[in-house]
Design a protein around this ligand. Structure first.
Ligand code: MF3
Ligand code: CO
Length: 249
């Protein structure tokens, strides 16, 4: 698949999709509390997406059943919302949402604490979000995909955490997943050249323990092999002559 660079007009459309994703994530983040089921978040998100005039991007994508992925604690990504899965104080929940508006996709994720969380988990969440912003700062025209991965990886590993290898960020535009792949690990000055007009989703998944993950029998939920917690943040970013522009703010 070829990499599709976007015009300023297309990036403007993606900003609109991105803004809707952010509004949905803000709304469901505000709901997060002990006792709430992940299906409560799912229902609120689906209503909000449709009220804002967009369509969910994940539901039906390779038969994924929901508009959100909700991944708790040792779940890394692609946790499926459930009526019986309730949030408890001390948990962290990654909420990942994608929408399509006027043919253009937006995709973002946040990890939210439920009540009071431990110091270690608080650090994991903070470092993962910082890693995302390190990666975004490295998304420069003339640079390379490896610059992004290296920036994410160095920050996460300096804190004693590890980055997941099996799932990566991606180009995004008129499809949810476009080329190139954007790993959260890499070597500076290596990999594909970044160009003006590229739009990528950068999405570090950072584990408190080892990097290994496995997928549960539901065929979706990825969990850490060692059962330790994992955090995930994601933004869509346009590479422009004025530097990286976050479209999902
Ligand atoms: N943000 C994730 C991604 O970029 C979520 C995809 S879930 C799926 O891959 F259901 F759509 F596959
Ligand atoms: Co994504």
């Amino acid at each position: 698949m070829a990499i599709v660079c976007k015009s300023a007009g297309e990036i403007e459309k993606m900003r609109r999709s991105g803004r809707i994703v952010r509004q949905v994530l803000d709304a469901v983040t505000a709901m997060v509390a002990p006792g709430l089921s992940t299906m409560d978040l799912e229902r609120a998100a689906e209503k909000k997406i449709r009220d804002l005039g967009a369509k969910p991007a994940f539901k039906g994508y390779y038969d994924y059943p929901c508009v959100l992925c909700t991944s708790i604690n040792q779940e890394v990504v692609h946790g499926i919302p459930s009526e019986t899965r309730r949030l408890a104080a001390g948990d962290i929940v990654s909420i990942d949402c994608g929408v399509v508006l006027d043919g253009y996709y937006g995709d973002a994720a946040v990890t939210v604490p439920v009540g009071e969380i431990s110091e270690e988990v608080r650090t994991l969440v903070a470092v993962t979000e910082q890693s995302l912003h390190r990666g975004i700062a490295a998304a420069l025209a003339g640079g390379r995909v490896g610059d992004i991965g290296a920036a994410v990886q160095e920050h996460a590993e300096a804190a004693g955490f590890s980055v997941v290898r099996e799932f990566v960020g991606h180009g995004i535009g008129t499809k949810l997943h476009e080329d190139p792949q954007v790993p959260n690990y890499g070597v500076r000055d290596q990999g594909l050249k970044l160009k003006e007009g590229m739009v990528i989703a950068i999405e570090p998944m950072v584990n408190a323990g080892g990097a290994s993950v496995r997928v549960l029998d539901d065929k979706w939920t990825a969990v850490t092999q060692d059962g330790k917690p994992s955090a995930h943040f994601e933004h869509c970013v346009a590479i422009t002559k004025d530097g990286p522009v976050i479209l999902t703010d």
